[in-house]
Design a protein around this ligand. Structure first.
Ligand code: FAD
Length: 405
C-alpha cells in the first residue's frame, strides 16, 4: 500500500492527513509531530485562551478517536531528526523510523528569540504552543503589569488580552508603526489609536537593550533610549523563523523556508512542503513567498492532498488572514504590501471600514475592520480578478456584491 508520512502535527500536517482521506486515499498515513497530544489550533492562544480558563480540549482540531477511526497514525511527542532520501525514510530522535512513498514536510515555524541580555530569565514569555499559552495565562493572573516586545499581530493580541485581564501594558516596537510588515499605514494608525484608547502605552521606534533581571526573574526592560520600563513579566513577539533544519540537512533547497514549486514540491518530487515552513512562488512577480496563516496551511494541505489522489493542481489560493483586538475584528484578503494607491471605504471613526489597496490600477488586497461583507467580497474579487477602480471601491453606494454577480 502507498504510504504518506507527514512531519509536523500542526494545522498544515493535520489538514493534509484529513484531506487525503477526504479525497479517498486508502493508503497508510502517519503524522509525526514533536508536540505531544492531538493536533490543535494556535489562533485562540493569543486571544480568548489568555483570558478564559485554559481548556486544552477546546483547542483540539479533532479528538483522538477521530484519528483512530480514520486510520491516521499519530506519532506525537518526538521530533524527526533525519531524512534519508535515498531509502525514503525519516528517522526520529529515539532511532525509530518511518518509510514513505511521499513525504509532506509541515514543520511550521518557531519563535525568533530576543538576542539581548536577560532574555533567558524566568518571567520572559514566548507564545507559539499551548504549553506556552498556559504558562503565560497563569503568569498574567498573578501579576499586574506587562511589557510586550513587538507590535506584530501576536504582541498586540496579547496586549489586548492583558488589558482585558486588568494589567497595565506597555508595548515596545522597533519600527515606526505597529504591524508594519503586513498592514497599510492607515490600518496601523487605526490600531495605534485603538490600543491607546484602551490604555496601552505604545512605544514606537523603540528598541530593547536588555531585560531587567532581579533574583533570576524579569522585572522590566531597558529601552534603546536608556529608559527603564518596570513590569512583572515580559512577552516577546518578534516574529518566527521557519523550521527547515531537517530539509537543509537532506540537501533540499532552503531560502527563508523550504523552497517548493507551484505544485508545492521540493527539489525532490517525492517530498512536498506546506504551511509556515514553505517558500512558494507568488502568483505575480513577488518571487518566493512564505505565509504564516491558517488559510495558507489549510489550502496548501488540500492542494497537496488533491495532487496525491490524482488531481494535478497548482497552488493559487487568495491569501486571507484575521486578527482580533478588543472590539475590532481585522480581516485581510490578498497581500497589501507594495500598494501604490489605497482608498478607504466606510468610517474609520466608527471603527467599521476597509482599506482597498491597488498597484498599477489592479486590486492587490483589502484590509477590513468589522466589515465582514467587504472582506468576503474582496476574496471573491481577488479570486476572479474582477476589475475594480479606486473610485468604485471608496463609494459606499457602489454595491460590491452586486458587481460580482
Ligand atoms: P505549526 O502550526 O507551527 O505546526 C508545525 C508543527 O511541526 C509544530 O507542532 C512543530 O513543533 C512540529 N515540528 C517542527 N519540526 C518538527 C520535526 N523535526 N519533527 C516533528 N515535528 C516537528 N493565523 C491566522 O490565520 N489567524 C490568526 O488569528 C492566527 N493567530 C495565531 C496566534 C498564535 C499565538 C500563533 C502562534 C499563530 C497564529 N496564527 C494565526 C498562525 C497559524 O497558527 C499558523 O500559520 C499555522 O499554525 C501554521 O500551521 P503549520 O502546520 O504550518 O505550522
Amino acid at each position: 500500500t502507498p504510504r504518506v508520512v507527514v512531519v509536523g502535527s500542526g494545522q498544515a500536517g493535520f489538514e493534509a492527513a484529513v484531506s487525503l482521506r477526504g479525497h479517498g486515499f486508502d493508503g497508510a498515513i502517519s503524522i509525526i509531530g514533536d508536540e505531544s497530544g492531538v493536533p490543535y489550533q494556535r489562533p485562540p492562544l493569543s486571544k480568548a485562551y489568555l483570558h478564559c480558563e485554559p481548556d486544552r480540549d477546546s483547542l483540539a482540531l479533532r479528538p483522538a478517536q477521530y484519528f483512530a477511526d480514520h486510520g491516521i497514525e499519530l506519532r506525537c511527542g518526538k521530533p524527526v531528526v533525519r531524512l534519508h532520501r535515498i531509502d525514503r525514510r525519516v528517522e526520529l530522535v529515539d532511532g525509530s523510523t518511518a518509510e514513505y512513498h511521499h513525504l509532506i514536510l509541515a514543520t511550521g515555524a518557531r519563535n525568533r528569540r530576543l538576542p539581548v541580555p536577560g532574555s533567558d530569565a524566568a518571567g520572559v514569555y514566548y507564545l507559539r504552543t499551548a504549553v506556552e499559552a498556559e504558562a503565560l495565562t497563569a503568569q498574567m493572573k498573578a501579576c499586574s503589569s506587562l511589557v510586550v516586545i513587538g507590535a506584530g499581530f501576536i504582541g498586540l493580541e496579547v496586549a489586548a488580552a492583558a488589558r482585558k485581564n486588568g494589567l497595565s501594558v506597555t508595548v515596545v516596537e522597533a519600527m515606526a508603526r505597529p504591524m508594519a510588515r503586513a498592514l497599510t499605514e492607515t490600518m496601523s494608525q487605526f490600531f495605534s489609536s485603538l490600543h491607546a484608547a484602551h490604555g496601552v502605552d505604545l512605544r514606537l521606534s523603540t528598541g530593547v537593550e536588555r531585560i531587567v533581571v532581579d533574583d533570576g526573574h524579569a522585572r522590566g526592560v531597558i529601552t534603546s533610549d536608556g529608559e527603564t520600563i518596570p513590569a512583572d513579566a515580559v512577552v516577546v513577539g518578534i516574529g518566527v523563523v521557519p523550521n527547515t533544519e531537517v530539509a537543509e540537512q537532506a540537501e533540499l533547497r532552503v531560502a527563508n523556508g523550504i523552497v517548493v514549486d507551484a505544485h508545492l514540491r521540493t527539489s525532490d518530487e517525492r517530498i512536498s512542503a506546506i504551511g509556515d515552513c514553505a517558500a512558494f512562488p507568488g502568483v505575480s512577480d513577488e518571487g518566493l513567498v512564505r505565509l504564516e496563516s491558517v488559510q495558507n496551511a489549510v489550502d496548501q494541505a488540500r492542494c497537496i492532498a488533491a495532487q496525491l489522489t490524482g488531481t494535478e493542481t497548482a497552488y493559487r489560493s487568495v491569501p486571507w488572514f484575521w486578527s482580533e483586538q478588543y472590539e475590532a475584528k481585522l480581516q485581510i484578503a490578498g497581500l497589501t504590501t507594495g500598494t501604490d494607491t489605497s482608498v478607504v471605504r466606510g468610517s474609520v471613526a466608527d471603527g467599521a471600514f476597509s482599506v482597498f489597496c491597488f498597484r498599477q490600477g489592479r486590486l492587490l488586497g483589502v484590509e477590513s475592520v468589522n466589515k465582514p461583507r467587504d472582506h468576503m467580497a474582496a476574496r471573491k474579487m481577488l479570486a476572479c480578478t474582477m476589475p475594480l477602480t479606486p473610485e468604485q471601491a471608496r463609494d459606499v453606494n457602489f454595491d460590491l456584491k452586486h458587481a460580482l454577480s
